[in-house]
Design a protein around this ligand. Structure first.
Ligand code: ASP
Length: 407
């Protein structure tokens, strides 16, 4: 019988927050020594699965598509949906920051200067995707290079045909085993989530709010609106899927993203939840794995809010055209952001540099970045799943399979 794993994960989350708030900062060393390792264990078990899971599922995915043209079509659609949803996310962020004015009248305190990130050149991103040593890419866990290598393997299998069948079967069997491992790890998630949440709640407590409360509220409202309007809209229009069903299905991955602040670490669970909602393996492995690295709506939204917040805090008015520039640079910056904790704050310096805003502004955000990271990472992975479902639906391949969704 399917256990009510989602409910258990949620209980772990809530209990972790309550326990952390109750125990508070005074016992932080105890919590970090005796509780946090159980969370680290959880993250490491997921990380252990990522490379073999992505490699095997993508090879199977790419070689099951049957023809290379389908792969190209799905690739183009995926990139379009990724870009459009990220641009909308920034508009949502800018809208909220214009309305709520989180930085206006903020008394500036001493801030550390941030080092600027250099902008990724589009052709550089493409050349970097091809590994010079494919085994090295696997060992280093370089996601984009692994994706490229897996796609080539898949295409190779398709073109070779009958003789490559055993090779295909090997990867297929390997991916089944990896999913089984992911199921085992998900069983441990309630404890892992509890152990990850408790130190964060104890460290930040309720007094993290204060002068930066408005930024937190703006990012959280933006994230909720983006998911509720854009993803629900996409799913209703293209997939005729009820948003309730979707959010319930993606909840385990969302909670794991919220607590780990890493799209990469959440990837195996995002994949599993997406497949359980009826997206075939070929499409889900491609869209979700790529999305974990390049599609970050939450990060884009956050960069929009923060850029405007910093401009307001330093009393630098931004024209409408400059705000449009934020949309362009933040889409690029979010693509270049790695799916690991805190990466979005580093890439925020890129947006600030383009707009000639003070880089020190990032120092303002640092103290609360973990809280913002929880929300943006959640949106990042929920967005990957929503786009995967949308694309499966446009291909006529979405299987409505409600009994598989664990509640
Ligand atoms: N932590 C985010 C993620 O993994 C990236 C970011 O910092 O914005 O998706």
């Amino acid at each position: 019988m399917k256990s009510k794993i989602t409910t258990k994960i949620l209980i772990g989350l809530v209990l972790g927050i309550i326990a952390g708030l109750l125990v508070g900062k005074t016992h932080l060393t105890f919590i970090n020594t005796w509780i946090k390792p159980f969370g680290t264990l959880f993250i490491r078990m997921i990380q252990m699965s990522i490379v073999p899971l992505v490699l095997s599922t993508l090879v199977v995915g790419a070689s099951s598509m049957g023809d290379v043209r389908k792969l190209g079509r799905i690739g183009v659609k995926t990139i379009l949906f990724f870009l459009i949803t990220s641009a909308i996310a920034i508009f949502v962020g800018l809208f909220l920051a214009n309305v709520m004015k989180p930085g206006v009248g903020l008394a500036l305190f001493d801030v550390e200067a941030a080092a600027a990130a250099s902008p990724p050149h589009i052709l550089q991103i493409i050349t970097d995707m091809i590994p010079t040593n494919s085994i090295g890419a696997l060992a280093a866990g370089n996601m984009l290079q692994i994706i490229a290598f897996a796609l080539f393997l898949g295409v190779g299998i398709t073109l070779v045909g009958e003789k490559a069948k055993p090779f295909h079967n090997f990867f297929e069997s390997w991916s089944e085993v990896m999913f089984q491992i992911v199921s085992i790890v998900i069983g441990y998630a309630p404890i892992g989530v509890f152990a990850l949440m408790m130190p964060v709640a104890a460290e930040h407590g309720p007094n993290v709010l204060g002068p930066l409360a408005k930024v937190i509220v703006a990012v959280y409202i933006g994230c909720i609106l983006h998911m509720a309007i854009v993803y629900s809209g996409l799913l209703s229009i293209f997939a005729r899927m009820s948003p309730v069903k979707f959010f319930r299905g993606i909840l385990p991955a969302a909670v794991v993203a919220f607590t780990t602040c890493s799209s990469n670490a959440t990837l195996p669970i995002t994949l599993k939840n997406t497949q359980d909602m009826g997206v075939p393996k070929d499409i889900s492995s491609f869209v979700v794995s790529l999305g974990a690295t390049v599609h970050m709506d939450g990060t884009a939204l956050y960069q929009g809010v923060c850029a405007l917040f910093i401009a307001q805090a330093y009393n630098i008015p931004l024209t409408f055209t400059q705000q449009l520039m934020i949309v362009l640079t933040a889409v690029l910056a979010s693509i270049g952001t790695a799916g690991v904790p805190g990466a979005g704050a580093v890439m925020l310096t890129l947006v600030l540099t383009q707009l000639k805003l003070p880089l020190e502004g990032v120092g303002l955000i640092w103290g609360i970045d973990r809280i913002l990271d929880m929300a943006r990472t959640t949106v990042n992975i929920v967005g990957d799943s929503a786009v995967a479902i949308t694309i499966a639906a446009t291909e006529g391949e979405l299987k409505h399979n409600p009994e598989k969704i664990e509640t």
